[in-house]
Design a protein around this ligand. Sequence first.
Ligand SMILES: [Zn+2]
Ligand SMILES: [Zn+2]
Length: 246
Amino acid sequence: MLNSLEHIGRRLVDTVLPLRCLSCGVIVEEIGALCPGCWPDLELVSAPCCACCGLPFGHAEGPGALCGGCLAHPPAFDLARSALRYNDMAAKLIIGFKRSDKLHHLAAFTQWLERAGESLIGGADMICPVPFHPTRLWRRRFNQSALLANALAKRTGKPAVPDLLIRRRATPSQGGLNRRQRIENLRGAIAVRAKRSGAVKGSSVLVIDDVMTTGATVDACAKALKRAGAVHVAVTTLARVVRETT
Ligand SMILES: [Zn+2]
Ligand SMILES: [Zn+2]
């Protein structure tokens, strides 16, 4: 109840106050926009990129080329694409969204997600977020990946299943862990909710997350979905960490 009142309140504020740049706050003309000064600081992920995980390549590779990570350890997901490189501007916007509950960030984020997932959304039977453990959800007040998944589903007319995946246990933060440690940290932590397993069998699922770092979390989601009988798992994230060495 309180939440819906907050939503109404925010809507009223949005219609009365001028629209502001998501980054610096100067007045802009449309909701979810960056001003011309901030826009160039955003780096949209574009081709050429890894045919599987979408990691951008510094130079053109042949069609179907895979990155070193996908060649060495083929992921459980079939395809992944991200909208933005996780640079200082992306971090500022995503952290602002998390901390301040600025739901009008959703307008921009959903548009960018839709563009990034253009080739993946059409074939999806359902859209779900990477799950959070309830204790973490409480601390962060909301699961921003669920907000993104729901908004994208609404925009594209696909069904959203926010509780498709669950965290069976709280996992320590993935920060500072290497790939092997991240996989170990997540082992058995993510599962398909039992009452949803019938829907997953034989279906194509699109998983949404805010930031993809090593891909270990979305890979754990894909493993759980494939075990439950999903035939295709695609991933779209708002941002992607790209290490300078790759
Ligand atoms: Zn600005
Ligand atoms: Zn790759």
